[in-house]
Design a protein around this ligand. Structure first.
Ligand SMILES: [Fe+2]
Length: 310
């Protein structure tokens, strides 16, 4: 496989695992097309948005369009990992999980996904969209100051192929978790923790003290309805949503990580929060994708714990 084939497979896999369902993803793309067609000044429109529903996942540089035999894959990539690839030798493609370059600049674009997922759990769409709109613009302003191209520039200078795969992998982690928790009766937070701790990536994280933890609630608390609303969709949503989630009947939220402000709001709304772990949850989604790349050697780095399920 070449770089573009790996990327296309990632997008296809991300769409198949999307919690909104493939039809909703298609509608999302259609809305972008309509917007594009009605625009007078198209010069700076990101035309990739017409095909790719995950603008935080991108091909960032193709130095040499060759058959990929060895990939260096890390969760956060900096110039250090690019130099590491050079030192290791024989790396054909470098992949970052967290967005870089134009993927980072467009991180906020994937967050609309969260409103649709919240709606599936019973939060009225107008409320979810309204609160997310505010948060999306906050995130867009937040990433504006970043040095977007720093790692991309390093890859260009050293002649490496580079891409980032963010929401496509997070979608895989989210659908895996949703399926896992929906196929069994889970009564208490303690039961939920035990299930999460059996997932190999989380089990390994526990060895370094980073496994699943209860952020709000106690192990004796009843889970109620468990929602997978914080595993995919860019980054943390609005902290004002917890009250609306409680009103919609959600009892417990599973997340990858959580800010203190969000934790406090969840606590005030009596929503239990189980944090599965950031690097281990990211690893889970990445591994589910990497299992599809048969015959390609993977060198995990920068927090990725490689577990194969094939
Ligand atoms: Fe992450």
């Amino acid at each position: 496989m070449k770089t573009k084939e790996i990327f296309d497979l990632a997008i296809k896999t991300g769409i198949e695992a999307d919690l909104r369902g493939e039809k909703e993803v298609e509608k999302f793309l259609q809305r972008k097309k309509k917007k594009y067609e009605s625009m007078k000044d198209k010069e700076f429109f990101d035309v990739e948005a017409l095909e790719n529903p995950y603008l935080d996942s991108r091909i960032l540089h193709i130095a040499e369009d060759k058959e990929i035999k060895k990939i260096l894959f890390g969760i956060d990539l900096t110039t250090a990992e690019i130099i590491l690839a050079k030192e290791l030798g024989g790396v054909d493609l470098i992949i970052s999980h967290h967005p870089l370059g134009k993927g980072l600049a467009h991180l906020a674009d994937v967050m609309a996904l969260q409103a649709d997922v919240l709606n599936q759990y019973g939060v009225p769409i107008n409320v979810a969209e309204g609160l997310m709109r505010e948060r999306i613009s906050e995130v867009a302003r937040g990433v504006n100051s970043a040095n977007h191209q720093r790692t991309v520039d390093a890859a260009k200078l050293l002649g490496f192929n580079l891409m980032c795969l963010h929401t496509v992998c997070d979608n895989l982690a989210a659908s895996f978790l949703k399926e896992l928790i929906e196929k069994q009766e889970i009564e208490t937070i303690g039961d939920l923790l035990a299930i999460l701790r059996k997932i190999p990536e989380h089990k390994k994280a526990m060895e370094i003290g980073a496994g699943p933890k209860v952020f709000v609630g106690t192990e004796d608390n009843s889970c109620g309805k468990i929602a997978i609303t914080e595993i995919t969709g860019g980054t943390e949503g609005s902290s004002k949503l917890y009250e609306k989630m409680a009103q919609a009947g959600i009892g417990t939220v599973i997340g990858m990580h959580q800010s203190e402000e969000h934790r406090k709001q969840a606590e005030q709304s009596n929503i239990n929060v189980v944090i599965a772990g950031h690097m281990s949850s990211d690893s889970l989604g990445i591994n589910l994708f990497l299992d599809k790349l048969e015959g390609i050697e993977i060198i995990p780095c920068s927090g990725l714990t490689r577990v194969s399920r094939i």
